[in-house]
Structures are given as C-alpha cells and as structure tokens.
Ligand binder design. Structure first.
Ligand code: NAG
Ligand code: NAG
Ligand code: NAG
Ligand code: NAG
Ligand code: NAG
Ligand code: NAG
Ligand code: NAG
Ligand code: NAG
Ligand code: NAG
Length: 371
C-alpha cells in the first residue's frame, strides 16, 4: 500500500532540564492534518510498512512445518485430568494434545526438539525448580491452544533462562492464548525465547519477575523480534525486572499490526533499568489500527517505554501516570526514545500525569530527530 499522504507530527518534547513534577497535565500529540509529502519522506514512509501476511484459516495447517505436522504424540504426557510429574523428563520432539489437562510439576520437562501444543493445558510449578518448568530446545508452536503457566519459579541465579518457559528457537501462536502468572526467572520472568509471534492470539503476563542483572524482561525476554499480527493482544500486569531493564518486556524489536499491547504497573530497576513497561533495544513499530497503553509503570529511564525508535502508523499510544526515577540520568517519565519518534497518518500519542525526577517531562529523544 503506497501512502498517498504523509503527515508528520512535529513534537517539541525536548524540554528544560530542571526537575519538574507535572501532576495532572495532559499532553496530547496528534499527527498533523495530511501534508503533501516531500518525495524523500514518502520513500522513507514506504520502508516503514509491514506486509500484512495473514493466512486464512484454510491454510492453518501450513503454520506447522512439514516436520512439525508429522511429529508423534507425546506419549508420556497426560492429555486430560490432574497429574503430578515428580521426576525430570527428557523427551524428544512431539505433539502434546490436551483437553483440560492440569499438570503439577515437581521437576522440569525438557524437549530435545520441537514441541507442538494443541488444546487446553495448565502447568503449575509445585516448588522452585533449577530450570524453567518447560524447556524446548527447538521451536514451540501453539495451534488452537489455551495454555497457562502458574507459579513456575526458578531458583535464583542458577541459569540464565525464563522462569516458566524457555524456547531456544521460535515461539509461534496461532488462534491461541498463552498466560503466565506468578512466575519468576533469571532472564524473562515468565518466558525466554529467541522470537515470539502471535497471530490471532493472546498472551498475558501477570505478576512475573526477572531477577537477573544482565537479563531483564519481568514478563518476557525476547532475544530478537516480538511480532503481533491480526487482532492479537498482549498484556503485562504487575511485572518487574528487579535488577534490569524492561519491567514487562525486553525485546530487540516489537512490531504490532492490528494488535493491542497493554502494560500496567510494571517496573524496571531504579538504578540501572530503562523501560518500566517495555525496553526495546531497536525499533517499536505500530501499524494498522494498533494500540498500546502504558499505565502506572516506572523505571530509571523511560517510565513507560524505552526504545531506540518509536514509529506509529494509523495507531495510538497512551502513557498514563508513568514515572522515571533516575536522579542523574533520568528522563522520559512516559517514554525515552533514543533516536526517532515519528507519527504517521491518523496516529496519536497522549501523556497524562507522567513525571521524571530529573529533567525531561513526558517524552525525550536524546539523539537524532523528533518528528
Ligand atoms: C483438578 O484440580 C483442580 C484444582 O487444582 C480441581 O478444581 C479440579 O476439579 C480437578 N480435576 C479433576 C478432574 O480432578
Ligand atoms: C536428554 O536426551 C538427549 C538425547 O535424547 C541426551 O543427549 C541428553 O544427555 C539427555 N539429557 C539428560 C539430562 O538426560
Ligand atoms: C524453527 O523454525 C524456523 C522457521 O520458523 C526454522 O527455520 C528452524 O529451522 C526451526 N528450528 C528447528 C530447530 O526446528
Ligand atoms: C480457534 O480455536 C478454538 C479452540 O480454542 C476453536 O474452537 C476455533 O474454531 C478456532 N478458530 C478458528 C478460526 O480456527
Ligand atoms: C505474586 O507472586 C508472588 C511470588 O512470586 C506471590 O508471593 C504473590 O502472592 C503474588 N501476588 C499475587 C497478587 O498473586
Ligand atoms: C480483526 O478484527 C476486525 C474487527 O473485529 C475484523 O474486521 C478483521 O477482519 C479482523 N482481522 C483479522 C485479520 O482477523
Ligand atoms: C495498578 O495498581 C493500582 C494501584 O495499586 C491499582 O489500583 C490498579 O488496579 C492496578 N492495575 C492493574 C491493571 O492491575
Ligand atoms: C480498530 O480497533 C478498534 C479497537 O481496537 C476496533 O474496534 C475496530 O474495529 C478496528 N478497526 C479496524 C478497521 O480493524
Ligand atoms: C483517518 O481517519 C479518518 C476519520 O477517522 C478517516 O476518514 C480516514 O479514512 C483515515 N485515513 C486513513 C488513511 O486511514
């Protein structure tokens, strides 16, 4: 889709460096009415687009690779009822079909290759384990699944993994939901994965904590890209990165398309933590009617969000009551954007009641340009 018009919001956000505590200010930033684009900018705009590559339901089977579609069932694992597993299991690649199974884990489960999950499954940690509840040393794919992890806690600083689920390769969810509650891990309180894809799916992280200094990601630590497509949603509530960055989420890139992400009451370390809600190392991009909200989050730098670039297209971002507490480096009560903050057609960003101990009020772009 080539953009016929290109609107640029000119944000003047680099403010005075005196400490300020605005309590009830509402900062409403709207993209300007359509302006005929200079050719150079129009070219840039088309680079920002992400192709909508949503597959119709009829192609759902193709979401599983040939190998995954042919995996044998996980014979040793329960399909229904309540079961307790007390000895560590080391399984090869398989498909786990469950219909309401509730599994109490007294020892971790490890899959030596891919795992496919279907149906309804609840995993509960019976006690602190020396590894995540589930480790998948391949790809994990959820299709038509409802999976939840409860009370999965890793012994402090034993490994560098997530508390509930560690996926060495890609975690993909199609028409599924995945939830993490009361989890604790070294890096990624609930989830640690190389990449995470949600398509017509939902992910919830509640009260999860990451305890490592060099990891972060109270709810999830995604090494590469977290991508949400086609009416997906994600929520992070009451999560924290005790010693690191990304109270809710730590990812290299975060891409939303027709999707929604909410960060509530998440906190990153006050001493060395950026991004109370989310710490995005590179680009946070929202397309096609996406929305993101950050409420009651706090961090040293970027109370709601810390990102290198923040790009909105036909999307909406709200920052409420977020706070940056860094006394020396502080800034970005709502958001700290290192390089580029750009809003495109029909986008808006609002900042309400955000504050910073030192310096910049609501949003800050310290290098490069604020568009
Ligand atoms: C399984 O345990 C839960 C509580 O953890 C209970 O509510 C449920 O009725 C049990 N189901 C079966 C089939 O025993
Ligand atoms: C698990 O199984 C794999 C191969 O199937 C083997 O290489 C590995 O040593 C086993 N690990 C444990 C802890 O038993
Ligand atoms: C995981 O899936 C990706 C494609 O999504 C594939 O390239 C890769 O080989 C898979 N890895 C394993 C271990 O199966
Ligand atoms: C999604 O999964 C549910 C089961 O959780 C199933 O009933 C429904 O038909 C699926 N929807 C689509 C569009 O495949
Ligand atoms: C949050 O998790 C901690 C342990 O990780 C637990 O002690 C506490 O009760 C949980 N809070 C809620 C509201 O569930
Ligand atoms: C997303 O939801 C909207 C409104 O409910 C619907 O019109 C649209 O078709 C959905 N898109 C996808 C890809 O499911
Ligand atoms: C966030 O915390 C506030 C104050 O503790 C509470 O009122 C609110 O319900 C919490 N929000 C969520 C979504 O948990
Ligand atoms: C845009 O999102 C809103 C709320 O998230 C939804 O109600 C509406 O249907 C969406 N519009 C389109 C065209 O997808
Ligand atoms: C922007 O929003 C207006 C009114 O909500 C709508 O008429 C117009 O089509 C939108 N433009 C685009 C490019 O979505």
């Amino acid at each position: 889709m080539a953009l016929a018009t290109w609107a640029v919001a000119l944000l003047r956000l680099v403010l005075a460096s005196r400490a300020l505590r605005p309590q009830q200010h509402l900062w409403q930033l709207e993209s300007a009415p359509a302006i005929a684009p200079p050719a150079r900018k129009a070219a840039k705009a088309s680079k920002l687009e992400v192709k909508a590559d949503v597959q119709p339901r009829g192609l759902m089977k193709s979401w599983l690779s040939h190998e995954q579609a042919g995996l044998p069932p996980c014979d040793e694992l329960p399909g229904d009822g309540n079961r307790t597993l007390d000895s560590a299991l080391n399984l090869s690649a398989c498909t786990w079909r469950a219909s309401g199974a509730q599994v109490l884990l007294g020892a971790p489960l490890t899959f030596q290759g891919d795992l496919v999950l279907q149906g309804e499954l609840q995993i509960t940690g019976a006690k602190e384990l020396d590894r995540p509840c589930i480790t998948v040393l391949g790809n994990l794919t959820l299709v038509d699944a409802r999976v939840s992890f409860l009370n999965c806690k890793e012994q402090v600083q034993v490994s560098n993994l997530g508390g509930a689920l560690f996926v060495q390769e890609d975690l993909s969810a199609f028409n599924s939901s995945i939830a993490f509650k009361n989890c604790r891990g070294t890096s990624g309180g609930g989830l640690h994965a190389k990449s995470f894809l949600l398509e017509q799916s939902k992910a919830d992280f509640d009260n999860c904590t990451a305890s490592s200094m060099n990891g972060g990601g109270g709810g999830a630590y995604i090494k590469e890209t977290f991508r949400m497509n086609a009416n997906s949603s994600a929520s992070f509530r009451g999560c924290s990165a005790e010693l690191g960055r990304g109270g809710g989420l730590h990812a290299e890139s975060f891409l939303l398309e027709q999707s929604k992400a909410d960060f509530d009451n998440c906190t990153a370390s006050e001493v060395m933590g950026g991004g109370g809600g989310a710490y995005i190392k590179e680009t946070f991009r929202m397309n096609f009617n996406s929305s993101a909200s950050f409420r009651g989050c706090s961090a040293e730098l970027g109370g709601g969000l810390h990102a290198k670039s923040f790009l909105l297209e036909q999307s909406k971002a709200d920052f409420d009551n977020s706070m940056a507490s860094g006394l020396y480096t502080g800034g970005g009560g709502g958001a700290h954007i290192v390089e580029t903050f750009r809003m495109n057609i029909n986008s808006s960003a609002s900042f309400r009641g955000c504050s910073a101990e030192n310096g910049v009020l609501v949003a800050r772009s310290s290098r490069g340009k604020v568009w």
